[in-house]
Design a protein around this ligand. Structure first.
Ligand SMILES: NC(=O)c1ccc[n+]([C@@H]2O[C@H](COP(=O)([O-])OP(=O)(O)OC[C@H]3O[C@@H](n4cnc5c(N)ncnc54)[C@H](O)[C@@H]3O)[C@@H](O)[C@H]2O)c1
Length: 351
């Protein structure tokens, strides 16, 4: 009995496949707080320097001794000392790597989106049903955000009456000089949908977290950015199954003097909720008569990365349910892919 308990508390032996920007900038701060739960044993990248750099960082920051590095992901999947893998790869590779990892019997936490297009995503979800002993989590951090969860809680408690309009704006300029969009695979658009697919899938997750399932949508799209391939500007209208109407304005090529905007407004028959970067505000009334009923500020707002890794650990060690499952990720991806279909075919789509 004592042995079983000890085994349960052991850190998960992790292989990292794809040692790029998201790992260093987004996963690292979360993993640094979870050194009792994850032990990195190997890092992989086709670029040996990238793999070596992250391996050394893991030794320094993540209480992980003697981390190996390799350029061959199959070596990671064949390693007996690897229990789980973190996949953080160019989007067009993700689906195949998830499947290969599951076939090798490794638990998987993989960056979003789960595949390069809708057909591949659907096939993947279907095939993964055969791998019941393997936990697969898609690291869609928006499914782990506390500000969205709080807004949903207020809505479920009837605090804004009947929600009837959900509006979201995600507006920014995509710099290609440095940062995520300096990566060639993004600029060449080696997956369907460009910036709208890569970044917009987060907004799809957010809209579903707040509004529930979407039953009908219609979109207009444009490609404006001078460097980035694919779609960067979309106006997406939707109706939720609840009957509420919704609208997403996604702009990835907008040079905004205010440096961009991320805004969520939810209107109900008796009140409203506004969410901006970790803060949710519940109000009642209009104009000068409006008053704030409650305010929620996530004290640890990190976009949800910490909680996604925590969930992965508890799914493996404590058999907790995975929150951001492949089925959830497929629904997020479906909204983005069908929005592109709608814009191309100029029609309204029933989901
Ligand atoms: N959740 C978020 O907020 C967020 C933000 C940025 C990126 N992402 C996701 O993270 C993933 C990675 O994005 P990134 O910005 O880190 O890209 P990146 O290009 O910086 O990192 C990807 C790495 O994968 C490596 N790679 C390519 N082919 C490989 C192969 N066959 N085997 C092993 N390694 C290989 C590349 O050399 C590169 O180092 C994408 O899925 C992206 O959508 C998520």
């Amino acid at each position: 009995m004592a042995v079983a308990k000890e085994k349960k508390a052991e850190p998960i032996r992790l292989g990292i496949i794809g040692s790029g920007l998201a790992v260093k900038w987004l996963h690292w701060p979360a993993l640094k707080k979870l050194t009792d739960k994850f032990r990195v044993v190997v890092c992989c990248d086709i670029d040996p320097e990238a793999a070596g750099e992250v391996a050394r960082l893991a030794e320094k920051d993540l209480n992980s001794p003697d981390v190996r590095s390799t350029t061959d992901y199959r070596e990671v999947l064949a390693s007996d000392d690897v229990e789980a893998v973190l996949l953080s790869l160019p989007i067009h590779l993700t689906g195949q790597f998830i499947l290969d990892a599951a076939r090798a019997g490794k638990h998987v936490i993989s960056e979003k989106p789960l595949a390069a297009n809708l057909e591949q995503a659907r096939e993947l979800v279907e095939t993964l049903r055969n791998f019941k002993n393997v936990k697969v989590e898609i690291a869609e951090n928006y499914h782990y955000r506390r500000d969205y969860a709080k807004a949903r809680e207020w809505m479920d408690a009837g605090r804004i009456g009947q929600p009837f309009l959900i509006q979201m704006i995600s507006r920014s300029w995509t710099s290609t000089a440095s940062g995520f969009s300096s990566t060639p695979w993004r600029q060449d658009n080696q997956y369907r949908g460009g910036i709208f697919a890569d970044a917009g899938v987060h907004q799809a997750a957010a809209l579903r977290e707040i509004g529930g399932e979407i039953e009908q949508l219609q979109a207009f799209s444009k490609s404006v950015h001078p460097v980035m391939g694919g779609i960067d500007t979309v106006v997406l209208n939707m109706r939720f199954r609840s009957g509420a109407l919704g609208n997403l304005v996604f702009a990835g090529a907008a040079k905004d003097p205010n440096g961009g905007l991320q805004l969520f407004d939810i209107f109900g028959t008796t009140g409203a909720i506004q969410i901006t970067g970790g803060k949710a505000v519940l109000t009642e009334g209009n104009g000068k008569d409006a008053k704030v009923l409650e305010e929620f500020v996530d004290p640890e707002h990190d976009g949800g990365y910490f909680r996604e890794f925590e969930n992965f650990y508890s799914a493996i060690r404590e058999n907790a349910p995975v929150v951001s499952t492949v089925e959830q990720a497929l629904k997020d991806w479906e909204i983005i892919m069908r929005a592109l279909d709608s814009a191309e075919a100029r029609n309204v789509i029933l989901l």
